[in-house]
Design a protein around this ligand. Structure first.
Ligand code: DND
Ligand code: ATP
Ligand code: GLN
Length: 683
């Protein structure tokens, strides 16, 4: 069978497969514990893991009190380390195990990294809990004074210290920092400095007894440490089998990345198990790079002694297959209904307050808007109603104009009228066709001679005239023109420049992606005070997206936006990953294929119509991504460089030249297209 293309392996795109292990524990029985470790290391290797992390003191067990001081026990633990190191090498991964280690005349509570048949190094616990139910200082010495020292263990020379990081050979960004349980309950966890020194995967080996409410506290700490230290955080706590003399153990295992939970394992299980996730160390690196504060903090906080990186080897072959981590099909639309509700609430209020502020500062009491019966002008109109309501101004101060042109359908026009009526705004109609015919005639366009020429000029004459009317109506009514173009259209340059729908006095939609606008309209439609407009809003949601600038062809097919620019679902996916993280096109294609390659896999946002639950194969993704790259990097920046004001709304970023996105208006897409062609197969 032919080898799958390297493109299909998560590893090729900067992913590291990580496992948090929850072994069944045997009290003070290192040989039995080692058997459980061996089984889990093998299983992790079979699952394609690069790193497996065991709990604190996993070889001895944690709650064994004075047995920690028994020579036979300590010898037995040491004896298992080379055995496990060999197995880790066989499995092609790095294993981090918990062990009591003698160093000079001290006993240290250590995390030990094993790989390639070797004991690579050990990191001692810095903060030993000695309060309430904890008595660790009775047996252990804190390791905070040990920077980097040699360690003689099981007859082998290795390294020990709190200034150790571990770096996989030939795997950019696979840099590991280790800490032990209580370390991350301290106000300054050692992993913070490890991250500042370059670790992207922070591991916590824990023996954290369970009491009610504690699992949530741990998850909160993991989420916050992964966010604050801009890292992945792997937490593995002891479970079933630890002594219940005075305490109980739930075996909590979680993997977080940049504040979000990628995986969390079953608690209170009686079986050995692994919690797996693919950590995106490439994304962590990209995020650190574009956040200067991280590097500034490293410069301030790291002293001259610094950290030593110990290299280790993991398997060279890269397994293809599905990515093990949550991946949103719609990066701007959360799948969780409660989260989506919250996002809609915030987005709508950001838009409304943006407009209110501009109205109060300019003393404007009236708004002029072109109402097409399409999604964008509908959303802008709803925002305008929200702003005027909150300002205590009558909705009749919103002057809505429907302006049929050569391709306006009765359907959208009647939706525009129903909407304006239901919302109680002042509606009016201006037929732009006579003016458009006159302009086409004046400029000598073939259409004026009766020829069916529907070129860009023909389109932009209509879009331009609408804008011309709106601006003059604004002068006449002491109003300002409300813009409607959304974030996705800005990314694609899908608007008529200057004298066209590109321009307005203030645009509330410029920060909202098209895929989110749909949900915002649905969210507003569900409000009790919107009952009168709800049917129309749903009719608008069900209408195919079209500029309606070119008349339908002989087959009756209307001008479809998505037939030309590609599905907004894909374009928004590309936009998010390219602008938020600066990911390369091949990685974006890989992620898009993982998210969209199989309609039956993963979550869909609430209310997403069944008929739209489609899949895109790699060839389709590649071809639309190519078009997106040309539009985004080459042909549309000049439109974004001259953008009306409007609020940033989504975390993905805004495209305002005064905000998140500055770029030259005379760039080329070549670098991105070359990368796409070099690294993405055709199918
Ligand atoms: N880098 C640059 N710096 C300065 N100027 C640049 C430029 N690149 C092109 N230009 C000039 O810009 C002009 C082209 O831009 P522009 O006039 O905007 O025209 P263009 O982008 O060619 O066309 C507008 C497109 O937007 C679509 N549209 C319009 C209105 C509403 C909707 C909708 O459904 O949302 C869609 C419409 O179907 C059409 O495909 C040319 O005259 C060109 O010379
Ligand atoms: N027939 C029309 N009457 C009034 N205004 C229009 C008409 N067609 C377009 N416009 C104005 O031009 C803007 C741009 O048109 P466009 O087709 O992009 O937007 P839309 O129809 O509101 O939404 P969508 O692009 O989601 O279909 C509209 O939002 C609207 O303000
Ligand atoms: N093993 C430990 O370091 C346990 C202490 C930790 N603070 C806990 O609450 O679980």
């Amino acid at each position: 069978m032919a080898e799958p293309h390297a493109f299909h392996a998560p590893r090729a795109h900067g992913f590291v497969r990580v496992a948090a292990a929850t072994p069944v524990v045997h009290v003070a029985d290192p040989a039995a514990n080692a058997e459980e470790h061996l089984a889990l290391i093998r299983r992790a290797g079979e699952a394609g893991a690069d790193l497996v992390v065991f709990p604190e003191l996993s070889l001895s067990a944690y709650a064994i009190d004075d047995l920690h001081m028994q020579a036979a026990l300590l010898d037995a633990v040491e004896a298992q380390l080379p055995v496990l190191a060999w197995e880790a090498g066989e499995a092609g991964l790095a294993a981090v195990v918990g062990a009591p280690i003698r160093h000079g005349d001290r006993l240290l509570n250590c995390a030990v990294l094993l790989a390639g048949g070797e004991i690579i190094g050990a990191v001692p616990k810095t903060y030993l809990p000695n309060y309430r139910e904890y008595y660790e200082k009775r047996w252990f010495s804190p390791g905070d004074d040990i920077g980097v020292e040699t360690l003689r263990i099981a007859g082998i020379d290795s390294w020990i210290g709190t200034r150790l990081l571990f770096e996989a050979d030939d795997r950019t960004g696979f840099v590991v920092g280790l800490e032990v349980c209580e370390d991350f309950w301290s106000p300054l966890p050692p992993s913070t400095r490890q991250a500042l020194a370059g670790a992207r995967i922070l591991c916590n080996l824990s023996a954290s007894n369970i009491v009610i409410g504690k699992a949530e506290e741990r998850a909160m700490l993991c989420a916050s440490q992964s966010a604050r230290a801009m890292s992945a955080y792997v937490f593995a706590a002891s479970g079933w089998g630890e002594s219940t003399t005075d305490l109980a153990w739930d075996g909590q295992a979680t993997i977080h990345e940049l504040g979000a939970c990628l995986a969390s394992g079953e608690r209170f299980s009686l079986e050995n198990h692994l919690t797996l996730a693919d950590v995106d160390v490439d994304r962590i690196g990209l995020d650190r790079l574009r956040n200067g504060t991280f590097a500034d903090c490293a410069r301030r906080e790291l002293d001259e002694e610094g950290f030593i990186r110990l290299g280790f080897r993991v398997r060279e072959t890269a397994a293809a297959g599905p990515l093990i981590r949550p991946l949103d099909r719609f990066p701007f639309v959360p799948d969780d209904p409660a989260r989506l509700d919250q996002d809609c609430y915030e987005a709508f209020n950001i838009q409304v307050q943006g407009l209110m502020r501009r109205m109060t500062s300019t003393g404007s009491e009236r708004i002029v808007i072109g109402v097409s019966g399409g999604l964008d002008s509908t959303q802008a109109l709803l925002v305008a109603c929200g702003a005027l309501d909150r300002l205590g101004l009558p909705r009749t101060n919103i002057l809505g104009f429907t302006m049929p042109g050569f391709a306006t359908s009765d359907h959208t026009k009647s939706n525009a009228w129903s909407l304006m009526t239901a919302l109680g705004v002042t509606g009016a109609e201006i037929d732009i066709r006579p003016a458009a015919e006159r302009m086409l005639q004046d400029i000598g366009h073939a259409y004026a001679d009766g020829q069916p020429v529907h070129d860009i000029t023909f389109e932009n004459v209509q879009a331009g005239l609408r804008t011309d009317y709106l601006f003059r109506l604004a002068n006449q009514n002491r109003a300002f023109v409300l813009g409607t173009g959304d974030l996705s259209e800005l990314a694609l340059g899908w608007a008529t420049y200057g004298v066209g729908d590109h321009m307005s006095h203030y645009n509330v939609n410029g920060g909202v992606a098209k895929t989110l606008i749909r949900h915002l309209i649905r969210w507003v439609a569900a409000r009790p005070d919107m009952a009168g407009a709800s049917d129309t809003l749903h009719a608008i949601l069900d209408t195919e997206i079209s500029p309606e600038l070119v008349p339908a062809g002989p087959d009756g097919r209307i001008q479809s936006t998505q037939d030309t620019v590609g599905p907004y679902a894909l374009n928004d996916f590309f936009l998010f990953h390219i602008t938020r993280y600066g990911m390369s096109p091949s990685k974006v294609a890989f992620l898009a294929h993982q998210a969209w390659g199989d309609a039956g896999r993963g979550e869909w946002p609430a209310h997403h119509p069944d008929s739209d639950r489609v899949a895109y194969d790699l060839a389709t993704i590649k071809s639309w991504l190519r078009k997106f790259l040309v539009r985004f990097f080459q042909t549309s920046q000049f439109k974004r460089s001259a953008l009306p004001n409007g609020p940033k709304v989504v975390t993905g970023g805004s495209l305002s030249p005064r905000g998140d996105w500055r770029a030259p208006s005379d760039g080329t897409a070549r670098t991105w297209l070359d990368e796409l062609d070099a690294n993405v197969p055709d199918g």
